[in-house]
Design a protein around this ligand. Structure first.
Ligand code: ADP
Length: 618
């Protein structure tokens, strides 16, 4: 499954083949629904904004009071108070503004936090199948950049639309009260400006989701190219320049798309901005005509035109907001797609907790298909008794990894059942199952953290003594204490600062610390130098002690120690038995032994005095 260079997609070309997905339409209702927990706060924000607007209307009245009352009455005290008020009012409305902005940002950031948290939680529930099919950069992009991309809309959508609607409604009222004929003329241009909204919005929405998709591709590639394995591969194949060129092409596409988006937004704003002049011109045209006819006064037109700004400006803002929301819908689709992902390994309502398993594993007619079309496992049946070691051998791609992953419910069988102590795994609570299973993979993945933290990943509250004891059993303790920072040494991305053998032993120590009933083991295909090899083997023996173990075996010593060997071929158990029984049959196992294990076995065999087809080794 893995090409040995870490990430299975490391060979993807830049600008490569992101899976085509058709995203579901997001109803506006759903977006507004995200604000539900913040309803109280939103009302308060609108109230603050309205209060600020009312205060903003007062200074002219204060001035009027000064001129009409305080000055004629020669009331100095009142004059001073009014002057203070002239300063105090803007200060008050300014402070309200700051408060409102703070709360508004709090709501917006709250909604974004909820989204990110929801995405994280749902991604944690996905099965491994999801992650093998996705690029990690793309996943990260949706949680971070996509959520960030809607910040503007989230911040403005509710408060701004309420405020502008209030202003718009009151303005229309005032205009009609002033002169219904002029008011009618000034509102007829409004529907006109709505004509391009749909088109612009649809276009921008498409472009926005395209750009986000490209950005996701970019993140995915960055993750691959600059991950240790990818970086190594790039250098070894001398692909720096071609990767740079490919990145450049994608980078330019993002730039061009963002430019287009911004330009289209600007064109639309300009179009909306034409509303004011157009309306004003019509008012003066009709008003001027009426003045000539003697049916209207010039003063009436000027006063009326003075109010037009309060009509067109909020209307334009609302239109633009609408387009912005529509544009953002493309991003919302991407976010909601991940939020709605249904995990294919789910916990049943009636699942029970299994505190301490005995460790009896049985596969009963298990089949599996990754894509729902081709089966990679067909009717696998076998049993592993508590404490038994079952070795799986067979050509690469036969289905061994898929088979053992089922015990940790990384995948569920498409047919048949895997049982632990006679109970179908699907009836056991996932956390209680996984707490009893350890999986030591070929990759020996370590986090970019200290050795201590990497160990604690297996057991959060492990004491230092427990960690050290596990490391001693894994023959890695002496090495660790020999490091300048000991257990506080940071192992680097994927543990690349350690040698292969050290990494393996550390991941074995991690599994020992977890102390599972069931052990899944995917032995390294690449063999280490004989000293490291001896350490790793000794560590593995410690780890397997007393646990039901399913091991994808690449070492002769492991096969020889197994209670049962299953030869997997094309998703079926082709042969089963012990080493000697299988050699006796002279079938697939014998061939495999000749080809696959001869090389690896030379050292083992020599050290154990074993010869080929010796039925009683050791
Ligand atoms: P083995 O461990 O014996 O090498 P695997 O279990 O890794 O075999 O793979 C069995 C088959 O399933 C192979 O044909 C492989 O290409 C396919 N396969 C493995 N992982 C996936 C996956 N995530 N998606 C689709 N097919 C997969």
């Amino acid at each position: 499954m893995n090409n040995g260079w870490g990430h299975p997609h490391a060979m993807h070309k830049i600008g490569g083949n992101a899976p085509k997905v058709s995203l579901k339409e997001v109803p506006l209702r759903r977006i507004l629904g995200m604000f539900r927990p913040y309803m109280g706060l939103l009302f308060f924000i609108v109230a603050l904004a309205l209060a600020g607007a009312v205060i903003g209307l007062l200074p002219p009245l204060v001035m009027k009071e000064m001129i009409d009352t305080a000055i004629p009455d020669k009331d100095i005290k009142m004059l001073v108070w009014l002057a203070v008020l002239l300063v105090a009012l803007p200060v008050a409305s300014g402070m309200l503004g700051v408060w409102q902005n703070y709360l508004n940002t709090k709501v917006a950031q709250g909604v974004m936090r909820d989204l990110r948290q929801g995405l994280f939680g749902n991604l944690q529930r996905q099965s491994i199948g999801f992650f093998t099919a996705s690029r990690s950069g793309e996943v990260i992009q949706r949680v971070t950049d996509d959520v960030q991309a809607i910040q503007g809309v989230i911040t403005n959508v509710v408060v701004s639309s309420i405020m502008q609607t209030v202003v718009l409604a009151t303005s229309i009222g005032i205009l009609f009260a002033l002169d219904w004929r002029l008011a009618l003329i000034s509102v007829v241009v409004l529907p006109l400006s709505m004509l391009p909204v749909r088109k612009v919005a649809t276009l921008r929405k498409k472009m926005r989701s395209e750009t986000q998709k490209m950005r996701a591709q970019m993140s995915a590639q960055l993750g691959e190219v600059f991950g240790v394995s990818g970086a190594m591969l790039t250098r070894i194949f001398g692909r720096e320049q071609s990767q740079e060129r490919e990145f450049g092409a994608l980078n330019k596409q993002v730039m061009d798309m963002e430019l287009k988006l911004s330009l289209m937004g600007r064109w639309f704003l300009m179009f909306v901005g034409l509303l004011g002049p157009l309306g004003t011109a019509m008012i003066y045209l009709y008003g001027g005509y009426s003045v000539i006819q003697g049916t209207m006064t010039i003063g009436a037109i000027v006063a009326f035109a003075g109010y037009l700004g309060r009509l067109y400006q909020p209307f334009g803002t609302l239109l633009n907001l609408h387009v912005e929301v529509m544009t953002a819908l493309g991003v919302f689709q991407r976010i909601f797609e991940y939020l709605d992902l249904k995990p294919d390994v789910i916990e049943r309502e009636d699942a029970v907790s299994l505190p301490q398993a005995a460790g009896n594993i049985s596969y009963e007619g298990v089949s599996y298909s990754y894509d729902g079309e081709t089966e990679v496992l067909h009717g696998i049946s076998f049993e592993a008794k508590p404490g038994e070691v079952v070795a799986l051998v067979g050509p690469s791609g036969a289905g061994k990894t898929t088979l053992i992953g089922m015990i940790a419910r990384l995948y569920d069988p498409t047919a048949g059942a895997v049982k632990l102590d006679g109970r179908d795994l699907r009836g056991i609570r996932i956390d209680s199952l996984r707490s009893q299973v350890a999986y030591v993979t070929q990759e020996s993945f370590l986090f970019h953290a200290t050795i201590r933290e990497n160990l604690a990943f297996a057991k959060e509250n492990a004491t230092m003594e427990e960690m050290e004891s596990a490391c001693r059993k894994a023959f890695i303790h002496d090495f660790i204490v020999g490091l300048p920072q000991g257990y506080d040494t940071v192992v680097g991305e994927r543990g690349h600062r350690l040698s292969g053998g050290e990494r393996q032993r550390l991941s074995i120590a991690r599994a020992i610390l977890k102390d599972p009933v069931i052990l899944l083991l995917d032995e390294e295909t690449s063999h280490l130098d004989s000293e490291s090899e001896a350490y790793v083997q000794a560590a593995l023996q410690q780890l397997m002690k007393g646990r039901t173990t399913l091991v994808i075996a690449h070492r002769l010593s492991t096969i020889l120690a197994a209670d049962q060997i299953l030869v997997i071929h094309d998703g079926r158990i082709a042969e089963r038995g012990t080493h000697s029984e299988l050699l006796e049959r002279d079938g697939l196992y014998a061939t495999l032994y000749d080809t696959q294990f001869q090389e690896a076995s030379r050292d083992d065999a020599r050290s154990q005095g074993d010869e080929r087809r010796n039925p009683h080794p050791v």
